[in-house]
Design a protein around this ligand. Sequence first.
Ligand code: AMP
Length: 312
Amino acid sequence: MNLTVTGTVGIDTVFTPDGEHREGILGGSSIYFAAAASFFSPVGIVAAVGDDFPDEFRGQIAHFGAIDTAGLETRAGSKTFRWGGKYLADMDHRETLFTELNVVIEEPPSVPAAYANCPVVFLANMHPGVQHRLAGQFTKRRLMVADTMDLWINTARAELEVMLGEVDGLVLNYDEAEQFTGHRNTVTAGKHLLEFGLRFVVIKKGEHGAILVHRDGLAALPAFPSERVVDPTGAGDSFAGGMMGSIAAALARGGKGAEDPGSFESLRRAMAHGTVVASFTIEQFSLGRLRQLTKQELEVRSHQYMHMLRLE
Ligand code: AMP
């Protein structure tokens, strides 16, 4: 396996400002990540669900042929992670209505033997104590990156700080970077986070793009300007999926960035892929848009995006 993601697989309820809502849809940090990454590289999921996880959702995951679910554990007697959120009018900010952790705070899922040599690993949003215990099982990794969010910064900060010492990079939202560091300035917050032993931090700013604060430099990438934003859930995880998926693919084919997948240039290029695939995720609820997305559509938008970045 070239790329593995650990994180939540959940059942979401989402309210959007135009009065629309969806109850009981497929979600979870590792699900959005894997769906986005699958456009670039085979990807394995390591996560646990309860025996209430609908079979229909397994079919939705199987639709993405490049997702391997050998590490998706179904635990008898446990309940699946559930999350509900409501977006504010700007579609960039949201309020969490409920989080039912359930299986997420039980014993971590097992990492299949076939994934242990995986070179690129993403610890998607999850309890940092569990992220840390899973991290140690990938002994041959060349790049390991984590994500986190407000709930964990508030409730498990000490474990989060320990986990940061284990990974190469961190991806998080601007609000969370501020909450964690106390700095409103993105670059100052990023530099503060590097002090935990990280090589780089990617700070996501929703429709304003993402900033890379790397020990070897600074970069800013705009979001793809979208007119159709239906449900922003999973944008961050899909961004990370596109980013890490493209790095895993470059590594597997010995392409650009293969010699050092965590280098400044490798990440900057990969962030562009993450930006483009995330711009599709938000066009429908759940994985609706990614299920219909073709590689050709992705390529066309990537060209448009690269063209927009060019200054002549
Ligand atoms: P994003 O919009 O990229 O931040 O990710 C949204 C997904 O994260 C949803 O599908 C949720 O199921 C999942 N999620 C929400 N809260 C948490 C949490 N505290 N830990 C892990 N996953 C979460």
